[in-house]
Design a protein around this ligand. Structure first.
Ligand SMILES: C[S@@+](CC[C@H](N)C(=O)[O-])C[C@H]1O[C@@H](n2cnc3c(N)ncnc32)[C@H](O)[C@@H]1O
Length: 183
């Protein structure tokens, strides 16, 4: 079932929101010698977008909830490089965002709530514009199967960091970070 993001934002219920970026995000950005082009899928209130824009990245950020994009724009108002913040559905990414050769794709909690085939086609569309060596950083609730089935084969898994609770039913999705590199 899709998460009711419009309702959650209208009630100011955004428990995923942090004003600081995650360590995996920091380490992924540090892999690049210089800033490039990045896309932030489901940018929320723009914490990751702002971090990149402050470091000279050319960022395209997309979210379907107006309250999210308005907050992201406000968060980034003083960054040296202004990100392009787009209101829209990532399922229409091909029509909505510039077809840049993104070096970094951020999916911090957005795509996992879509069907596997939809995740696969959004990532597939963006990767068709990217060069080999591009990185994809993902966070979401995944099983091992759903994680691998949702990413096109051209992406090689660099590492995965999944929560390991003491009690877990087989097939339960777990909070999972993963980093992928385009072949
Ligand atoms: C869990 S929040 C994470 C927000 C942000 N990435 C962060 O780390 O704070 C997921 C975000 O993805 C957005 N989202 C979910 N499905 C989307 C879709 N189909 N198109 C665009 N945005 C979407 C939601 O509105 C929400 O802001």
């Amino acid at each position: 079932m899709p998460l009711p993001y419009y309702l959650l934002y209208s009630l100011n219920l955004t428990p995923w929101h942090r004003n600081h970026v995650h360590q995996h995000f920091v380490e992924t950005v540090a892999r690049f010698r210089e800033a490039g082009q990045a896309i932030d899928l489901g940018c929320g209130k723009g914490t990751d977008t702002k971090y990149l824009a402050q470091r000279g990245w050319d960022v395209v950020a997309i979210d379907m909830v107006p309250k999210a994009t308005a907050s992201a724009a406000a968060a980034c108002k003083d960054t040296p490089r202004q990100p392009r913040i787009i209101l829209g559905d990532v399922l229409k990414v091909e029509d909505l965002v510039p077809h840049y050769p993104y070096g970094l794709i951020i999916d911090n909690g957005c795509l996992f709530s879509l069907k596997l085939s939809q995740q696969y086609s959004v990532i597939g569309a963006i990767s068709s514009w990217c060069k080999s060596g591009a990185l994809l950083l993902r966070f979401g609730l995944f099983t091992e199967e759903s994680l691998t089935q949702s990413v096109p084969e051209r992406w090689h898994l660099v590492w995965v960091d999944a929560a390991k609770p003491r009690y877990r039913l087989p097939g339960d999705p777990m909070p999972t970070w993963s980093l992928w590199e385009l072949q």
